[in-house]
Every structure is written in C-alpha cells, then in structure tokens.
Design a protein around this ligand. Sequence first.
Ligand SMILES: [Zn+2]
Ligand SMILES: [Zn+2]
Length: 101
Amino acid sequence: MKCEDIVNLLQFEKDEQLREHLASCKDCQRNLPLLRLAIDAIRRATPAALSGHLSADQVVTVALQPERLASESDDLHHVENCPRCRAEVAKIRRIETTRFR
Ligand SMILES: [Zn+2]
Ligand SMILES: [Zn+2]
C-alpha cells in the first residue's frame, strides 16, 4: 500500500469516481461498513500508535499503575490500538499476578 492509497481511502466519499462506483457496485456497498471501520481506525490512530512502541517503563506503568496515567494518556491510547504493546502489558500483568500467588 502506498501513501496515496491511504489518502484516497480517507477521502473516498469525496471522490466522484469512487462514489459513482459505490452507487453501482453491490460488492462495494456490502463492504462499505467494513471500509468505514478501517477508515475510522486510521483517523483515530495517534502518531504514537502509528510510529514508535512504548518503552519498557511505559509498558510497566500501563500494566501495573494505570491510575497514574490520565485516561486520555497517549500511552493508554497506544496500548488500545497496538496489539504488540497490548501483549506486553498482558504479559507483565500475568507475571505480577502469579508472583503474588
Ligand atoms: Zn466495487
Ligand atoms: Zn506499540
């Protein structure tokens, strides 16, 4: 996928050709809800979610002391959107709970 594809995707409803195609194509109409979801996810993704992952320190804070973070914290947002960091957080939580057993 190229950058232009992403931009096209984000603006697909403004694009004449795409709109005409959509109006006449059953397949695309059926896929539209999915496409909207994908576009939504791209739009909501923060730069943190798109680029770097959390540092080990940040992962530990999210995992064990989430109350220290603001609910709108970029770190939390990143974890919500990033399967890799979410897996890290889950791993640390798992280690913590087994340790106290
Ligand atoms: Zn189509
Ligand atoms: Zn990440």
